[in-house]
Design a protein around this ligand. Structure first.
Ligand code: ADP
Ligand code: MG
Length: 227
């Protein structure tokens, strides 16, 4: 799926509370691309990710997925689109504490009233090395294991695009490195588009395309590893 963002802006508040969180961001993302976005705290990274993924609506600008302007869709269609085409990974993992790892992974399918595919589920949990953790609750898992469960949850509905907002921000450097290697494997082997926000230069450099955002202004800083 090809993503085309045109002059996306997000303005919060008005008068003296007015904040331009994102200022006319434009970018094109090809199918299977791997992008990283760095920038200081409060620079608009999460705002950009929310707008690119259909989680929020821009103050102005357009977002096209394969030519379809998704912010012209009504909320119900927009959330169905998100459930089917987009996977999210968060810094805080966001697993539901009363559910087992397996139930957390399956949650997006239940929300969409879809049946799990046993073979695909097995493939995912083996790839992520969590096949022996499926009956555990999240507090019984390490941070790295929780994030791997969250990655499986992001992938279970077979989305085209994965958005990750500081996925290693809550992990030590070793398990953060492992999580990023897994995400890169998923991007390469499964042909997913991957957009990762990070504070870590090492992680940013794993991406094919690197972006920087400062005071809501986005720019591409390099062609990255393939140059
Ligand atoms: P980052 O993820 O880079 O830390 P954010 O995108 O979360 O930055 O925030 C960008 C700017 O927008 C900040 O100044 C932040 O305070 C502001 N902001 C974000 N969300 C809201 C909101 N819901 N209401 C008001 N201001 C917000
Ligand atoms: Mg943020």
């Amino acid at each position: 799926m090809r993503i085309d963002a045109k002059n996306l802006s997000k303005i919060y508040g008005d008068g003296e509370n007015r904040v331009v969180a994102l200022d006319r961001a434009s970018l094109e993302i090809e199918e299977g691309d791997f992008l990283s976005i760095m920038g200081p705290s409060g620079s608009g990274k999460s705002t950009l990710l929310h707008l690119l993924s259909g989680l929020d609506r821009p103050s102005s600008g357009n977002l096209f997925y394969d030519g379809e302007d998704i912010y012209s869709l009504p909320d119900s269609k927009l959330s169905a689109f998100r459930r089917r085409r987009i996977g999210f990974i968060f810094q805080q993992f966001n697993l539901l504490p009363v559910l087992t790892a397996e139930e957390n992974i399956m949650m997006p399918l239940f929300l969409d009233k879809r049946q799990p595919e046993e073979a695909y589920f097995k493939e995912l949990v083996n790839l992520l090395g969590i096949e022996n953790r499926l009956t555990h609750l999240s507090h019984e898992l390490s941070g790295g294991q929780q994030q791997r469960v969250a990655i499986a949850r992001a992938l279970i509905a077979k989305p085209d695009v994965i958005f990750a907002d500081e996925p290693t921000g809550n992990l030590d450097s070793k398990s953060g490195g492992e999580v990023m290697e897994l995400l890169k494997t998923v991007q390469e082997k499964m042909g997913k588009t991957l957009v990762v926000i990070t504070h870590d230069h090492r992680i940013a450099r794993m991406a094919k395309r690197q972006f920087l955002i400062v005071d809501g202004i986005l720019r591409e800083v390099s062609g990255g590893a393939n140059e």
